[in-house]
Design a protein around this ligand. Structure first.
Ligand code: UD1
Ligand code: MG
Length: 458
């Protein structure tokens, strides 16, 4: 049976602020489209909103970065984008989302696209505070260095009285370590009523979102401060801060992997992506990089210095060292992919092996087939990609070029150095090279002639 308390929870909307200039990134790419764990920060913010069960999500973008608006629209639809033009402060930014939330009567939570470590778990307690009776709930943290953050001024009963921006704070208020993350939850109707009252008569001449707290208190409403770890609220304004956030994220992800039973002798050298799945019981050697879309099953081994993206590796398979798995690489149970082997859009059957220096692109390799050193699937003719099929138990000799589309039959063999352009039948041997010529004694005669010539010169 559904828990009535949960069933009674108001619907949720998330307003994601992304209208900042981001000039300190010193990059032509808008700040919130920079990636953390291989995913744009804006997407991470949208992911968190979706995990929170938001029925409406609005991204507030600036007029200066149409790419941000386009990115949000491509994921959520045009109706989910609000343009704040010009940016006049955080309160003004939230107001820009009001038309997009027309008809929405539930709770709104404001988050930030440049705060990539703020996951759903960090925001969820705000809704608990709302459930417990607070009209507004603000996410705060104990800052190591409160610096320019807004300070949370509490009341005797622990409720929040107001938020004072550092620029406006008295010396006494500046000494407060409890800071504002900027994340706030409130019923939509109330939030916009409060925002309509916010003015810009302050040090920055901006409409501060934070002013809604004191206004709500003035209306006799209760405001809760909910605390989270400072690291969750880490904002990104520069490449250095992005790298610091990435390091934090990787550190957490590595701990998770270790706790789940992934063997990693040098975890600090392993890079995960936001969606990497490595099952407990897998071994990941040093200096492995997972780009997006990788699944590694229990019992697989990813050896040192391998790069994997969009790939699946089954149990007992061994990948690397120095392997490159690209999107669509499916490495079957017990299959081996060795050093300097690149695999793209190829399924390697169980027990198949490609151990040295090969390119396998667009095709299929049957169970237990052996791909020799230097084999190339010539998949591209300059216009189209073509498929190569290698049958079960086939043996593709070293330095074979398989010119796709082409099929090597089950248990068939190809001679070393062959350029195979036509299908090879099951159990056949295909050879494509000129017959070897041997001239008995030729080398010895050649050498003798040369040595005589040298002697004459002296
Ligand atoms: C804000 C908070 C402060 C808090 C801090 C946490 C206010 C008034 N102050 O200060 O209490 O401690 O964040 O980092 O809210 N943005 C827009 N449009 C605007 C202005 C800002 O979209 O017009 C976005 C920015 O892109 C950024 C976020 O809002 O993601 C915060 O803006 P910022 O100017 O950095 O606010 P702070 O002064 O840091
Ligand atoms: Mg800021």
């Amino acid at each position: 049976m559904a828990d009535p308390a949960v069933a009674a929870d108001p619907a949720r909307a998330v307003v994601i602020l992304a209208a900042g200039q981001g000039t300190r990134m010193r990059s032509p790419t808008p700040k919130v489209l920079h990636r953390l764990a291989g995913r744009a920060m804006l997407d991470l913010a949208i992911d968190a909103a979706q995990t929170l069960g938001a029925e409406r999500i609005v991204v507030v973008a600036g007029a200066h970065s149409p790419e941000v608006a386009a990115h949000a629209a491509s994921r959520l639809g045009e109706h989910a984008v609000a343009i704040q033009d010009p940016p006049l402060g955080t309160g003004h930014a939230v107001r820009a989302a009001q038309p997009a939330l027309a008809g929405f009567t539930g709770d709104v939570v404001v988050t930030y696209a440049d705060t990539p470590l703020l996951d759903a778990a960090a925001v969820e307690p705000l809704f608990a505070a709302r459930r417990a009776g607070a009209a507004l709930a603000v996410l705060g943290f104990e800052a190591v260095d409160p610096g320019a953050y807004g300070r949370l001024v509490l009341e005797a009963d622990g409720g929040l009285n107001r938020i004072v921006e550092a620029k406006e704070a008295s010396a006494e208020e500046l000494a407060i370590r409890l800071c504002n993350s900027g994340v706030i939850a409130a019923p939509a109707k109330l939030l916009f009523e409060l925002l309509a009252e916010v003015t810009n008569t302050n040090a920055k001449g901006e409409y501060y979102l934070t002013d809604v707290v004191a206004l709500a208190r003035g209306w006799g409403l209760q405001v809760a401060a909910v605390l989270t770890d400072e690291v969750r609220t880490l904002g990104v304004n520069s490449q250095a801060e992005l790298a610091a956030a990435e390091a934090q994220w990787q550190d957490g992800r590595r701990r998770e992997a270790l706790a789940a039973g992934v063997a990693m002798p040098a975890p600090d050298t392993v890079i995960f992506a936001h969606d990497t799945v490595v099952e407990g019981g897998a071994l990941v050697e040093p200096h492995v990089m997972f780009a997006a879309g990788v699944t590694v099953r229990s019992g697989a081994v990813i050896r040192a210095f391998s790069h994997l993206e969009g790939a699946e590796v089954q149990a007992e398979a061994i990948v690397g060292p120095y392997a490159r798995l690209r999107p669509g690489a499916h490495i079957g149970r017990g299959a081996h992919v060795g050093n300097f082997v690149e695999v793209k859009n190829v399924t390697l059957g169980p027990g198949a092996k490609a151990n040295h220096l090969a390119y396998l692109g667009d095709g299929e390799v049957g169970a237990r087939a052996n791909i020799g050193a230097g084999v190339i699937f010539c998949n591209y003719d300059g216009f189209d990609k073509h498929r190569t099929t290698v049958g079960e138990g086939a043996f593709v000799g070293s330095d074979t070029a398989l010119v796709a589309p082409v099929r090597i039959g089950a248990r068939a063999m190809t001679g070393s150095g062959s350029v195979i352009t036509r299908d090879v039948a099951d159990d056949a041997l295909a050879l494509e090279r000129s017959p070897q010529v041997e001239k008995p004694g030729w080398a010895a005669r050649f050498r003798a002639r040369k040595l005589v010539g040298r002697a004459k010169l002296k």
